[in-house]
Design a binder for this molecule. Structure first.
Ligand code: SAM
Ligand code: SF4
Ligand code: F3S
Length: 448
C-alpha cells in the first residue's frame, strides 16, 4: 500500500508554493498518495506562519487536534515546518511531544531525507539551522504529471534583509537569497508546457531580487526573461518594497506586455514618524513620488497595500495620517492588521508604548470601512467595460457560472455560451461588488 501524505498550510503565498512543490516531490519521487484526511495519513506536514500571534495560535490548535490520532497510530510521522517552527524550535518540541520532526524554513529540500530518518530510526528530530546562500537550496521542481492550475506561483527569492522593527520574517526566513535565474526560468518553461498561462513571482522583498550577491541578473531583466517564455501570457510579482522601487522597474512594468497592471506595495503607515520607527526606509513623500510615477506610466494600475494600525506609540494624529494616505492613494484594496508584538523584534520591546487593543481595533474598523468604500468605487469603474479574463474554471457560487481574473487581479464570475471557456476570454462587466465582478463572456473576441 502506498504511503499517504497530508499537508496543512498557513501563511503567505511562499508557504503555499513550498507546500505544493513538497506534495509533488513526495508524490512523484517517493510514491506517496494524497490523503484529504490528516488522521488517515502516514505523513502529516504542518507548514506554519508566525507573522502575527493569531497565526501561531491557529497552527498550534490544528497540531493539537492531531494528538489523539498520533497516539492511536504511533507509526504516523508528524512534521511541523515553516516560520513558526523556525521561530519556536525546541519549545515547540516540548509543547507538542507527539511531533516527530520540527524543521525550519531552510530545510524544505532536505525534507524527504529527514522524514526517512525519523521513520527508520524512530527518533525525534529538530532541524532549524540557517544555511548561507552557498548552501541554501530552493525546492527542486521537476516536470509534474499532476496537472497545474492556469496561474502558478514561482519563488524567486527567500528571506529578507530589511528588518522592519515589527516583523519576524527576517528571523524566520533568514537573510535574502536570490534563486539562480536558470532554475527559475527552467521551472517557468516547464509550467508553461503544462498549460500555465500566468506566473506570479514570489519573494518577501521581491523587487530587491539579484542584489544579495554579484553575478545575478537584475529584477527587471528577470521579468523580461520570464515574460519571454513561450506560453506565459501574464506575469505578476509579490511583494515589492517601496524603498526598492525604481524608474527602471516601473518602465519595464509599463513596456513589457506580459506584466500585469497590478502592484502590491505595502505602505504600512501614513505617518513619517511611525514609518521611521518601523524602519521602512522611506517617507510618505517618497511613496507619493513612486505612486505618481507609476500612475503616469501605467494609468490602469491596480494598486494594493498592507497597513498596520496600533503600532507602538501610534497617536490618533498618526492614524489620521494613515487614513488620509489611504484616501489619497485610492488603493484598490488593502490588507490591514492590528500590530501584534513578535518575539525578538525591536517593536516588541516597546511595551510602554503599546496602544490599547480596543483602540487598535477601533482604528482597524475605521480603515477597513474607508477601504471598502474605495474598493466599491474603484470596482464600479469597470461597469459596462470589456476586460480580458484568464479562466480558472467553474465558479464556486452561481450555477453554470465560470470564474477567472482580470489583469488587475480582480475575480470575475461570468456566464458563457461556450460549454467550457478556456484561456484568455473577453468579458463584459455587468455588476461590480468590492472584490468581485460579474459579467458575460463575449465569444466574438475570444482569444484563448
Ligand atoms: N515583505 C512584505 C513587506 O515588505 O511589506 C510583507 C511581509 S509580511 C509577511 C505581510 C504583512 O504582514 C506586512 O506587510 C505587514 O503589514 C503585516 N505584518 C508583519 N508583521 C506584523 C506584525 N508584527 N503585526 C501586524 N502585522 C504585521
Ligand atoms: Fe518584514 Fe519588512 Fe522584510 Fe517585509 S520588508 S518581510 S515587512 S522585514
Ligand atoms: Fe508567515 Fe513566514 Fe509567510 S511568517 S507570512 S509564512 S514568510
Amino acid at each position: 500500500m502506498p504511503l499517504k501524505i497530508h499537508i496543512e498550510t498557513y501563511g503567505c503565498a511562499m508557504n503555499e508554493y513550498e507546500s505544493d512543490r513538497t506534495r509533488r516531490l513526495f508524490q512523484e519521487q517517493y510514491g506517496y498518495e494524497w490523503s484529504g484526511v490528516p488522521e488517515e495519513a502516514d505523513l502529516v506536514l504542518f507548514n506554519t506562519c508566525s507573522v502575527r500571534d493569531k497565526a501561531d495560535q491557529k497552527a498550534l490548535s490544528s497540531i493539537g487536534r492531531l494528538r489523539a490520532a498520533k497516539i492511536m497510530r504511533p507509526g504516523m510521522v508528524v512534521a511541523v515546518g515553516g516560520c513558526m517552527a523556525q521561530s519556536m524550535g525546541g519549545e515547540l518540541q516540548k509543547r507538542a511531544p507527539y511531533v516527530d520532526l520540527v524543521f525550519g524554513t531552510h530545510q524544505w529540500s532536505r525534507l524527504p531525507e529527514l522524514v526517512e530518518q525519523v521513520r527508520e530510526k524512530r527518533e525525534r528530530l529538530l532541524e532549524t539551522d540557517f544555511y548561507g546562500w552557498k548552501s541554501y537550496r530552493f525546492l527542486p521542481y521537476r516536470e509534474s504529471t499532476d496537472s497545474h492550475p492556469v496561474s502558478e506561483f514561482v519563488t524567486v527569492q527567500n528571506g529578507c534583509d530589511k528588518f522592519c522593527t515589527f516583523c519576524l520574517v527576517p528571523f524566520t526566513r533568514g537573510r535574502e537569497v536570490s534563486r539562480p535565474p536558470e532554475e527559475i526560468l527552467e521551472e517557468i518553461r516547464n509550467l508553461a508546457r503544462n498549460g500555465v498561462k500566468e506566473v506570479v513571482l514570489l519573494g518577501q522583498n521581491v523587487n530587491a531580487y539579484g542584489r544579495d550577491r554579484s553575478g545575478l541578473i537584475s529584477f527587471p531583466e528577470l521579468l523580461d526573461r520570464a515574460g519571454a517564455v513561450e506560453g506565459v501570457a501574464r506575469l505578476r510579482f509579490i511583494t515589492s518594497h517601496p524603498a526598492e522601487m525604481n524608474p527602471e522597474l516601473i518602465d519595464r512594468m509599463a513596456d513589457n506586455e506580459a506584466i500585469c497592471e497590478h502592484l502590491h506595495l505595502p505602505l504600512q503607515s501614513g505617518s513619517d514618524r511611525i514609518l521611521t520607527r518601523m524602519n521602512r526606509q522611506h517617507t510618505l513623500e517618497d511613496y507619493r513620488g513612486t505612486v505618481k510615477f507609476l500612475r503616469n506610466r501605467i494609468p490602469a494600475l491596480h494598486l494594493t497595500t498592507d497597513i498596520i494600525v496600533g503600532s507602538p506609540s501610534e497617536t490618533e494624529d498618526d492614524f489620521k495620517a494613515t487614513l488620509d494616505a489611504v484616501g489619497e492613494f485610492e488603493f484598490n484594496d488593502s490588507f490591514s492588521f492590528c500590530f501584534s508584538p513578535r518575539p525578538r523584534t525591536k517593536a516588541a520591546e516597546w511595551k510602554d508604548e503599546f496602544v490599547p487593543p480596543e483602540t487598535a481595533l477601533e482604528r482597524l474598523f475605521r480603515i477597513q470601512e474607508l477601504q471598502t468604500e474605495l474598493a466599491v468605487r474603484r470596482a464600479g469603474s469597470y461597469l459596462g467595460s470589456t476586460v480580458e479574463v484568464l479562466v480558472e474554471g467553474a465558479a464556486k457560487r452561481g450555477e453554470g457560472l465560470f470564474t477567472g481574473r482580470t489583469r488587475s487581479n480582480l475575480t470575475v464570475n461570468f456566464s458563457s455560451g461556450s460549454r467550457k471557456p478556456e484561456g484568455l476570454v473577453q468579458v463584459r462587466i455587468t455588476e461590480a461588488m468590492s472584490h468581485t465582478l460579474r459579467g458575460e463572456h463575449l465569444e466574438v473576441g475570444y482569444v484563448g
